[in-house]
Design a protein. Structure first.
Length: 175
């Protein structure tokens, strides 16, 4: 079963590995990126983390802080870590520091649909000194463009936490 506990263990195992790129998918649409950030927050050594999203204006919705505006180039605290934000829009990337330990891309769905998907993934792989984590929102898109870069996969499903929601998401995937 693709439970929260199993997903967290797999993410931590990835952090301890030599692998560079992790892909996180599953039916827990809005809980995968917080799980990844929680695992990053628990790392013992201070690090710099970039959270790249499809649009800066969506960050309030993504983090449940509707109305709060996040700025690119600003270090937000995540425990002992520095968390930066930018988007797929190159303008928002101008202020992004170049010396980052980890890069989280959410939702990777938007990257896969972008005509410059390979360039975007190659860019974040070069930016991250340590690891890149690609996180899906849904799993109903063609992700073949990024598969060649992925070393590991982790699934986090809602089946244990909310079986009805899990089933609804699976039904949507069938359409």
């Amino acid at each position: 079963m693709n439970t929260k506990e199993n997903a967290m263990k797999s993410i931590v195992d990835f952090f301890l590995s030599e692998d560079k790129c992790l892909y996180v998918n599953g039916t827990h649409q809005n809980k995968k990126h917080p799980l990844v950030l929680r695992c990053l927050k628990n790392l013992a050594e201070p690090s710099s983390i970039l959270f790249r999203t499809n649009a800066m204006g969506n960050l309030g919705t993504i983090f449940g802080t509707n109305g709060k505006r996040f700025k690119s180039g600003v270090a937000y605290p995540l425990g002992i870590h520095k968390l930066y934000f930018d988007s797929l829009n190159p303008t928002s990337q101008r202020n992004t520091p170049g010396n980052l330990d980890y890069v989280v891309v959410y939702p990777v769905d938007s990257v896969c649909k972008d005509k410059k998907a390979k360039e975007i993934i190659q860019d974040v792989l070069q930016m991250a000194k340590q690891k890149v984590i690609l996180v899906s929102w849904t799993d109903v898109f063609d992700n073949s463009v990024v598969k060649e870069y992925v070393d590991r996969y982790v699934a986090y499903d809602a089946e244990e936490d909310d079986p009805a929601y899990h089933q609804r998401v699976l039904e949507l995937y069938k359409r």
